[in-house]
Design a protein around this ligand. Structure first.
Ligand code: ADP
Ligand code: MG
Length: 283
């Protein structure tokens, strides 16, 4: 489309000065880039074509083209060359939410609720557009510290998938990181958008406590698998988390996907109220 030009056979370097590496993913390097046309800075995600299947790449680009939400990372244009595809993204300079958790240990309930309400808002939008993210985790949530307020951008649509009615039942591919993965995904069962809500439950637990809800100190995937299947998490080492904070997480870490809170349920009240509602819940 016009708003997201796709350039085939043009070199990214002719249009952007490429600078420092901002991050790395499993299949990509993301570098800072300055547009020669408007002199502004962007994040340029460079993917080696040989490392990713064409459909997967096309899916990521098609999904990002149709998204427009204040808390979803924006794509501007794409350059396809012989060996690489470069996706020009808005730059988000505050780092990954993951790093913030590591720095701070955990967040206050008020800060956590502000962050979670932004994530839920973005995910409710994705689901309304028929997009399941499938890889929500703090590494894929980018932070901007424009003001005193943390702004979160949901990013990395490499594993997301568009579903239409009836079709989403067929989704049964495994997801990204075990720690954030819903039980039905691990079993290889068909699943739907509620897998994202499970991941939001895991992320909320981490923000509130600084710990993973499901974790094996020996890093044995089989043990982790069992813990997730049994929804075996507790709040033993987290006496400071309120009853309400615990109950919010417990509505998301629900084994039966049909009984899990949906993004829309969480947003039944206008978005602003979610923040207040969550803050009140947390008292
Ligand atoms: P992958 O699909 O390979 O996991 P990501 O899209 O997650 O790639 O990007 C990898 C890393 O690059 C991110 O975890 C983040 O640290 C950094 N990054 C990605 N997009 C941006 C951006 N728009 N602004 C700043 N850093 C980014
Ligand atoms: Mg990633």
């Amino acid at each position: 489309t016009d708003s997201h030009p796709y350039h085939k056979g043009k070199k990214i370097e002719d249009f952007y000065e490429l600078g420092e590496i901002l991050g790395r993913g499993s299949f990509s390097v993301v570098r800072k880039g300055r547009s020669k046309a408007n002199k502004k800075y962007y994040a340029i995600k460079i993917i080696q074509k040989k490392s990713v299947r064409t459909e997967v790449l096309e899916r990521e680009i098609t999904i990002m083209q149709k998204l427009d939400h204040p808390h979803v990372l924006k794509m501007n244009e794409v350059y396809e060359e012989e060996r690489t595809i470069s996706i020009v993204l808005d730059i988000v300079t505050g780092g990954e939410l993951f790093e913030k958790v590591v720095e701070r240990g955990h967040f206050t309930e008020q800060d956590a609720s502000a962050i979670v309400s932004q994530i839920v808002g973005a995910v409710a939008y994705l689901h309304s557009q028929g997009v399941v993210h499938r890889d929500l985790k703090p590494e894929n949530l980018l932070c901007a510290n424009d003001s005193s307020k943390v702004n979160i951008y949901v990013s990395d649509f490499g594993l997301s998938r568009i579903f239409s009615d009836g079709d989403f039942q067929q989704m049964s591919t495994q997801c990204g990181s075990l720690e954030y993965c819903a039980p039905e995904v691990l079993l290889g069962s068909p699943y739907d958008q509620s897998v994202d809500m499970w991941s939001i439950g895991v992320i909320t637990y981490i923000l509130l406590t600084g710990y993973f809800p499901f974790f094996d100190p020996d890093r044995n995937p089989a043990v982790l698998f069992d813990k997730i299947q049994n929804v075996a998490y507790d709040w033993e080492d987290c006496p400071e988390v309120s009853v309400a904070g615990k109950s919010f997480v417990s509505e998301l870490l629900v084994y039966d996907p049909k009984k899990r809170m949906s993004a829309r349920d969480a947003l039944k009240h206008p978005c602003d109220n979610l923040n207040k509602a969550f803050a009140n819940m947390l008292k």
